[in-house]
Design a binder for this molecule. Structure first.
Ligand SMILES: NC(=O)c1ccc[n+]([C@@H]2O[C@H](COP(=O)([O-])OP(=O)(O)OC[C@H]3O[C@@H](n4cnc5c(N)ncnc54)[C@H](O)[C@@H]3O)[C@@H](O)[C@H]2O)c1
Ligand SMILES: [Mg+2]
Ligand SMILES: [Zn+2]
Length: 276
C-alpha cells in the first residue's frame, strides 16, 4: 500500500500520534522503521531540544523530536538521512527529509539574526518569531540548478572530489542573489567546465534535503568551448556516449533522472518517472 504524507503544523501540546527522533547521529529506527508511538518515545530519557508537529501520515499525526544528542535505546539504532534515501520506502524518506529540514532550520534559528534575542515557534505557522523586533524567520530553501549538457549521442558528466569513487554526474550549483534560473545555470556551467550552452529546457524539480536544496532540473545543448574542469571543484569532466556510461548517481536523484530521461529519448526506450 502507498502511504499518504501531507505536511502540517500540529499543536505539540496535544498527546498521542507518531514521532520520529533526530540526533546529530541521524534518525532513530528499529525493526519496524523510524516512526515510534510518540508517548512511548517521550517516556525515554531523551535530551529534547525542540518538538515540532510536522504532518499526517495516512491521517495520523506525526511529530519530530529534535535531540541534543543520541542515546542508547535497547533494540534501536541511529542512521543518517542518506541511508534512508537509498532504501525502498520513499514515503518514509519524504517524512524524514521534511523532518530534517524543519529540525535543522529551527535549530539554527533559535536566536534572532537581527537583535540576538531568543526566538519562539509561532503557533499554527511554520515560522520562528522574535518578540523584541517582530521579525519572522521561515524555513530556508536554497534553489539549485542541475543540468545535463547534451551533444547528440553524447552527454557531459563530471566528478567532484566528494563523489563515491568512479561515479560521474550532471553539473549543479546554488543560485545567487540577482540571478534567474537560466543565469545561474549558464554561470555554473562556465565556472565548472568552461563551456557555453544553448536551448536550455526545464525538465522538472525535486526537493533535496541535504540540507535544504530545491533542485531545478534542465537539459541544455552544448554550444561552444572545450572542457576545462574547475580547480578543486571538478576532478574530471568528459563527454560520454549514451551507450557507454560510467557509474551514475543513486536512482532517487534528479541527476540520475535527467540522464536516464535523455538516454531513453535518444535510444527510443520508455521514459523514466521523476522521483518526488
Ligand atoms: N538531487 C540531485 O540529483 C543532486 C545532484 C547534484 C547536486 N545536488 C545538490 O545541489 C546543491 C548544489 O550543488 P553543488 O554542491 O555542486 O553546489 P555549487 O557548485 O554551488 O558548490 C558548492 C559551494 O557552494 C557554496 N554554498 C553552499 N551552500 C550554499 C547556499 N545555500 N547558497 C549558495 N552557495 C552555497 C559553498 O561554497 C559550497 O562549497 C547541493 O545541495 C547538492 O547536494 C543534488
Ligand atoms: Mg557544483
Ligand atoms: Zn530580533
Amino acid at each position: 500500500m502507498i502511504s499518504r504524507w501531507t505536511t502540517a503544523v500540529l499543536d505539540t501540546d496535544l498527546p498521542g500520534g507518531w514521532a520520529v527522533a533526530r540526533s546529530p547521529e541521524g534518525f532513530l529506527y528499529d525493526d519496524n522503521g523510524a516512526l515510534f508511538p510518540r508517548d512511548w518515545l517521550k517516556r525515554q530519557d531523551l535530551s529534547i531540544l525542540a518538538e515540532h508537529g510536522i504532518g499526517h501520515l495516512d491521517g495520523e499525526p506525526v511529530y519530530l523530536l529534535e535531540l541534543h544528542s543520541a542515546l542508547d535505546i535497547p533494540g534501536c539504532n541511529w542512521k543518517g538521512l542518506r541511508a534512508f534515501m537509498l532504501e525502498d520506502d520513499h514515503t518514509l524518506f519524504k517524512v524524514l527529509g521534511y523532518a530534517a529540514q524543519i529540525g535543522t532550520w529551527a535549530r539554527e534559528h533559535r536566536f534572532c539574526g537581527s537583535c540576538g534575542q531568543r526566538m519562539s515557534q509561532v503557533p499554527r505557522e511554520r515560522a520562528m518569531y522574535c518578540d523584541a523586533c517582530e521579525l519572522r524567520h521561515y524555513p530556508r530553501i536554497s534553489p539549485s540548478m542541475i543540468v545535463l549538457i547534451t551533444r547528440g549521442d553524447e552527454v557531459l558528466l563530471a566528478r567532484s572530489p566528494r563523489f563515491v569513487t568512479g561515479v560521474y554526474s550532471t553539473l549543479a550549483g546554488f543560485a545567487e542573489p540577482g540571478e534567474s534560473a537560466e543565469d545561474c545555470l549558464v554561470r555554473e556551467v562556465r565556472e565548472e567546465v568552461s563551456i557555453e550552452v544553448k536551448n536550455i529546457q526545464y525538465v522538472g524539480s525535486q526537493c533535496w534535503p541535504f540540507p535544504h536544496s530545491m533542485m531545478l532540473g534542465f537539459h541544455a545543448e552544448y554550444a561552444s568551448g572545450d572542457i576545462v574542469p574547475q580547480e578543486d571543484e571538478i576532478e574530471d569532466a568528459q563527454w560520454f556516449n549514451v551507450r557507454d556510461l560510467p557509474p551514475l548517481p543513486a536512482s532517487r536523484s534528479i541527476a540520475r533522472y535527467l540522464i536516464d530521461l535523455y538516454v531513453a529519448r535518444r535510444l527510443g526506450h520508455a521514459e523514466p518517472v521523476l522521483p518526488g
